[in-house]
Design a protein around this ligand. Structure first.
Ligand code: M6R
Length: 612
C-alpha cells in the first residue's frame, strides 16, 4: 500500500527520497511523488512507477535538505497525476503525504467547500491538508499544533508527514492504524512506512504508536506527544535489518530469491526453538501463555490471503495433534459478523506484514471480548505484533515480492512447532510420534533444497501451460490449503484464472470445466488420502483434462496417468505442505515471467494491505 519517506538534515533530500521510494515499491502502488523545500516548495508527482517520476522530474529543481516522498495505492480517486501525493494546502504553503483512509473526509470537504476551499483532486488526503491549514490560520497556531487539532477531527487511519514552506526546519508526522518509523541519525532524521529506506543510514529507530504525533526538527531533539496532547518519551530501538536482506542478491526477481531462501528461512524459524536430538520444542514468545492453550476450548485463526491458507494448515495441525477444535476465519468476515468469542478462546492472528488492517481490527474485536490473542508475524515490531498478548515471530527475513512465498512456509513451520509443543504439554501425542515429527521437521530444509533442484523441469512444465486461461488446483487433507495457495500464486502474478479445491469436491461443480484445455495441478503425495486423490485424477483424465501431479519420489503409479509429474521427497503427511508448495511457487513464477508480467509488483496488488 502507500509508501511514505521523508528526510530532514544536512544532506540533499532528493536522492534519499527517490532511493527510499524504490525500496518501498514492493508495497504496491500506482503513482509516486516528491516535494522538496529550498525556498520554493516544489512538488513533482505522476501516475506510474518511481522511475517514471524520475524521468518526469528530469532536470527539474531538486535542491533542498528537507523533503517528503510518496508512493500511492489508489483508494479515493483513480490513479492519476492529480490524485498522486504530495498534496498542497489551499495556499500552497503546506504539503502532505498520507497512507490510510480518512473516513469522514466527505463531510469535512463539504464544510470546507462552503468556506471557499477549492480542491484539485478526488482524494481524502487533500481534504486533510486543507483542514490543517485552516485551523493553523484561524488560530495562528504552530504547524504541529494545527496538525494535532485537525487529527482530533478525523475518523479513520493515517500515517502522515506534513511540511511547511514557512518552516523549513521541521517536519511533522503522525500515525494511527498505518505504520511509521523514524530513523535517528546524527543531526538528521529519516521517516518512512517501514525500515527499508532507513536501514543504510541508521540503526536507531522509533516506531510511532497510534495517535502519536512527532515533531521532527532539523537540528535538535525528536519530540512526541499524543493527539490528546500528552507528552511521550521516544523509545529508541535498534533496527535488526541488514541491507543484503532487502536487495536481490543476483536473482532476477525478489520472488525467486525468496523461494530459494526457504531452506534458510525455515531453519531461521526453527532456530533456538527445536532440538530434535533432545526432543525439545520451545517457543519463548508463548511460554507464559501455554496454560491458556491448555485450557482453551477452541482456537480461532484469523488472517487474510496466503496467511489465511497457513491458518488452514494450522487447523489440520492443531486438530490432529492437540485435539483442540479449530476455526479458521477470514479477518474481514470475522470482524463484521458479530462473532461469538469466549474468554477461553485462543485467537491466533497470522500476518507476514503485521499491518493488515482487517486482521488488526479482528484482533481488537477478539481482545475486547476477553480472548487471548497470539500473533504469528514476520515483521518485528509491526502493529499486529504489538497488539497481541503473546506471539512468535516467523523470522523469515524481509519478504519484498508481493506474492508471499517464504512467509507462508515460515508461518506453517511456526504453526507446526506450536501445535507440537501444545500437544506435548496436553499429552495428546505419543512420545514416539513426537520425536519422529521433530526429526522429520528438522529435515525439511534439506528436502526443499532437493525440490529447488527441479527448477529446470518445472520451468519446462510452465512453458507448456503459460498460455492457459484457467487452471484448477486439487489437494486433500493437509494438501488442500496447498492447492488454494498454488492457485492464489498463479492468479496473482500471471493473471491466469485459477481455483483451488478439495479434490473430492471437484465432482460437485468444477468438473464441468474440465476439457482438453484445462490444466489440473494435483498434489498426490503419499499419505492417508492418496488412493482417493488417484481416483480424482482418473476422473479428470476421463474428461481429457491435463494432469500435472506433485507426487512422492518414486511414485510410478500416478506417473502412468499424469501428463507431467514433479517428484518431491517423501515426508510425514502433516509436513507435506512445506515441501509441496515449493514446486507450485516456482511454477507460478516461471509462468508469470514467460507471460511478461511484473512478478514482484503484480497489478493492483499491495504487499501490505493497510486499508480494510
Ligand atoms: O501481511 P499479511 O500476511 O497479513 O497479508 C495478507 C495478505 O494480503 C497476503 O497474504 C497476500 O494474500 C499475499 N501477498 C499473496 O501472495
Amino acid at each position: 500500500m502507500c509508501g511514505i519517506v521523508a528526510y530532514i538534515g544536512d544532506r540533499k533530500a532528493y536522492p534519499i527520497l527517490v532511493k527510499g521510494l524504490h525500496r518501498l515499491e514492493y508495497r504496491g502502488y500506482d503513482s509516486a511523488g516528491v516535494a522538496m523545500l529550498n525556498g520554493n516548495l516544489n512538488v513533482y508527482k505522476c501516475k506510474g512507477k518511481v522511475s517514471d517520476l524520475e524521468k518526469f522530474i528530469g532536470d527539474g529543481t531538486t535542491d533542498g535538505t528537507i523533503g517528503i516522498g510518496h508512493t500511492r495505492w489508489a483508494t479515493h480517486g483513480v490513479p492519476n497525476d492529480v490524485n498522486a501525493h504530495p498534496h498542497y494546502s489551499e495556499s500552497k504553503n503546506l504539503v502532505i503525504i498520507h497512507n490510510g483512509i480518512i473516513e469522514n473526509y466527505a463531510a469535512i470537504k463539504a464544510e470546507l467547500k462552503k468556506r471557499g476551499h477549492t480542491f484539485l483532486s478526488d482524494t481524502d488526503t487533500e481534504v486533510l491538508i486543507h483542514l490543517i491549514e485552516e485551523i493553523q490560520k484561524n488560530d495562528s497556531l504552530k504547524l504541529g499544533e494545527a496538525v494535532r487539532q485537525a487529527l482530533n477531527q478525523v475518523v479513520g487511519a493515517y500515517a502522515i508527514v506534513v511540511m511547511s514552506k514557512s518552516n523549513p526546519d521541521e517536519l511533522v508526522a503522525a500515525k494511527k492504524g498505518s505504520p511509521m518509523v523514524i530513523g535517528i541519525g546524527k543531526g538528521e532524521f529519516f521517516i518512512a512506512s517501514d525500515a527499508t529506506p532507513i536501514v543504510e543510514y541508521t540503526k536507531n529507530v522509533v516506531y510511532l504508536e497510534d495517535e502519536e504525533i512527532a515533531f521532527i526538527p532539523r537540528n535538535g531533539e525528536l519530540k512526541i506527544k499524543t493527539i490528546k496532547n500528552r507528552p511521550k518519551t521516544p523509545s529508541v530501538q535498534a533496527l535488526e535489518l541488514n541491507l543484503e536482506a532487502i536487495e536481490k542478491g543476483g536473482y532476477d526477481h525478489f520472488m525467486l530469491k525468496e523461494i530459494y531462501e526457504q531452506p534458510r528461512s525455515i531453519k531461521d524459524s526453527m532456530r533456538g526453538r527445536l532440538n530434535a536430538e533432545k526432543g525439545i520444542v520451545n517457543l519463548g514468545g508463548i511460554a507464559e501463555y501455554e496454560q491458556k492453550f491448555l485450557n482453551a476450548k477452541r482456537i480461532i485463526f484469523i488472517a487474510c490471503g496466503t496467511s489465511w491458507h497457513a491458518g488452514l494448515v494450522g487447523e489440520y495441525l492443531f486438530e490432529d495433534l492437540t485435539r483442540i477444535p479449530v476455526e479458521v476465519e477470514y479477518a474481514s468476515e470475522f470482524r463484521y459478523r458479530n462473532p461469538i468469542i469466549y474468554e477461553d478462546d485462543v485467537v491466533i492472528a497470522i500476518s507476514q506484514s503485521g499491518e493488515t488492517a482487517d486482521t488488526l481490527a479482528a484482533i481488537e474485536l477478539a481482545k475486547s471480548k476477553g480472548a487471548t490473542i497470539v500473533g504469528i508475524c514476520n515483521v518485528v515490531g509491526s502493529s499486529i505484533a504489538r497488539a497481541t498478548h503473546a506471539g512468535s515471530y516467523t523470522h523469515a527475513g524481509p519478504e519484498i515480492g508481493v506474492a508471499s512465498t517464504k512467509a507462508f512456509t515460515a508461518q506453517v513451520t511456526v504453526l507446526t512447532l506450536m501445535a507440537l509443543r501444545i500437544a506435548q504439554r496436553k499429552g495428546t501425542i505419543s512420545s514416539t510420534r513426537f520425536h519422529q515429527l521433530l526429526s522429520e521437521l528438522e529435515s525439511i530444509p534439506a528436502k526443499i533444497e532437493k525440490v529447488l533442484k527441479l527448477n529446470e523441469q518445472i520451468k519446462t512444465i510452465a512453458s507448456k501451460y503459460k498460455d492457459s486461461s484457467n487452471a484448477l488446483y486439487l489437494g486433500r487433507g493437509f494438501t488442500f490449503p496447498v492447492a488454494l495457495e498454488g492457485a492464489l500464486k498463479l492468479k496473482e502474478i500471471s493473471y491466469i484464472h485459477a481455483e483451488g479445491y478439495p479434490a473430492a469436491e471437484m465432482k460437485h461443480g468444477p468438473i464441468a470445466l474440465i476439457d482438453e484445455e484445462m490444466p489440473v495441478f494435483v498434489i498426490a503425495t503419499k499419505g492417508g488420502s492418496y488412493e482417493k486423490v488417484v481416483s480424482n485424477i482418473q476422473e479428470v483424465k476421463a474428461r481429457k483434462g491435463k494432469i500435472i501431479a506433485i507426487v512422492s519420489e518414486g511414485d510410478e503409479h500416478v506417473k502412468e496417468m499424469a501428463d507431467y509429474t514433479i517428484e518431491i521427497p517423501e515426508t510425514d503427511e502433516i509436513l507435506v505442505p512445506l515441501v509441496s508448495v515449493v514446486p507450485l511457487q516456482l511454477l507460478s513464477y516461471h509462468v508469470a515471467v514467460m507471460r511478461g508480467c511484473n512478478v514482484d509488483q503484480p497489478r493492483n496488488l499491495a504487499k501490505s494491505v493497510t486499508v480494510e
